[in-house]
Design a protein around this ligand. Structure first.
Ligand code: C5P
Length: 336
């Protein structure tokens, strides 16, 4: 741990956007002795994001207030677990006080659908880790931050990369990619109101025979190679047909929630586009050249659902979101 600036002066509210992620590919390449699975997945962050703010708390415990989507009991929330883990890593002696860093009051505006294959909770955890370090005016090494992130959950390390990345191992091995360059591609997300717990989907994957041939792995490796040097929105959309089937958990998600299959087929017919699945689901994605195209598609999906032409599993209408893939800022060329 190293101290950055005056800790008391720096204990001012910190605001972080915590983006959702999309799996453009997801190959399950091995089963490990700890029961988890080794993956090869290209992940990109989305403009759809939760908003986390951290401020000094009045009392001695961290607190959490959530607006927006319901996230369950605060005590089980990854934000509080991330704050506790980060405090423990910083250790005693914060700011020369001899004690640990002070308690924080977290406010989370939850805009990413919960338990949807979009890793919103994991992104909140990464934002809490990063935001707490800023609030406390301390820094940890990249290695220390990755270690905390991996302990919090398999998807958390990805969010420390701050952009497109190839994710391997159980999620702890993250290789940044240049990603999408130029104008950001649009993404339509359709999230039916069904709970699809990740462990159940992986269990269904194992029950169906586990690791199959390597075609998803091949598609995923090819995409990672292409995104290493960068792809335009148009080039990415051109690859949507391959990517929509490059997820080894599609069959397992359907085994847990059979009606997902019908929804995917009806969406593909309605939109005349390939429909993919993010992570273990149930969120389905469709890629577009721009946000405007994704917004037009979102309207079509809402109208079809209202007209009874797009029945979806679960209670209530599916969540329909138009967003974009986040692109990395262009390198600063002002000094050339
Ligand atoms: O790490 P996390 O808590 O997000 O994982 C939730 C569950 O998803 C694990 O308990 C496991 O069942 C499954 N999983 C897996 N292999 C991974 C990631 C998650 O089997 N690489």
């Amino acid at each position: 741990m190293s101290q950055v600036g005056d800790p008391i002066r720096r204990l001012t509210p910190v605001v972080r956007l915590a983006p959702a992620k999309l799996n453009l590919s997801l190959a399950v390449v091995g089963r490990r002795s700890d029961g988890l699975h080794d993956l090869h997945s290209v992940m990109v962050p989305l403009a759809l994001a939760d908003r986390l703010s951290l401020a000094a708390a009045g009392g001695s415990d961290d607190t959490l207030h959530v607006d927006g989507f319901e996230t369950g009991p605060p005590a089980a929330n990854l934000v509080l677990r991330a704050l506790a883990a980060t405090r423990e890593a910083v250790g005693a002696g914060w700011g020369g006080s001899g004690g640990p860093p002070p308690a924080l009051a977290a406010r989370l505006d939850k805009r990413i659908p919960v338990a949807a294959g979009l890793a919103g909770g994991s992104s909140d955890a990464a934002a809490a880790l990063d935001g707490a370090l800023e609030a406390w005016a301390v820094s940890l090494t990249v290695h220390e931050r990755l270690r905390i992130a991996a302990r919090l959950g398999s998807d958390v390390p990805f969010f420390l990369a701050d952009g497109a990345a190839l994710v391997e191992g159980r999620g702890e091995s993250v290789t940044p990619l240049r990603g999408v360059t130029g104008d950001p591609p649009g993404v339509l997300l359709v999230t039916p109101r069904v709970a699809l717990p990740t462990p159940r989907v992986f269990a269904a994957f194992d029950a169906a025979g586990g690791i199959a041939g390597g075609s998803t792995r091949t598609s995923s490796a090819h995409l990672a190679d292409e995104l290493r040097s960068g792809l335009s929105a148009a080039a990415l959309v051109d690859r949507a047909g391959v990517l929509a089937v490059a997820n080894d958990l599609i069959g397992a998600a359907v085994a847990v929630e059979p009606e997902l299959l019908g929804l995917r087929r009806r969406l593909a017919r309605l939109l005349r586009r390939p429909v993919g699945q993010s992570g273990s689901g149930p969120t389905l994605w469709v890629l577009y050249p721009s946000l405007v195209d994704a917004e037009t598609a979102a309207e079509a999906v809402r109208s079809a659902h209202t007209a009874g032409e797009l029945p979806a599993p679960g209670d209530g209408e599916p969540l329909v979101t138009a967003t974009t893939i986040l692109t990395r800022p262009q390198p600063d060329r002002s000094d050339r």
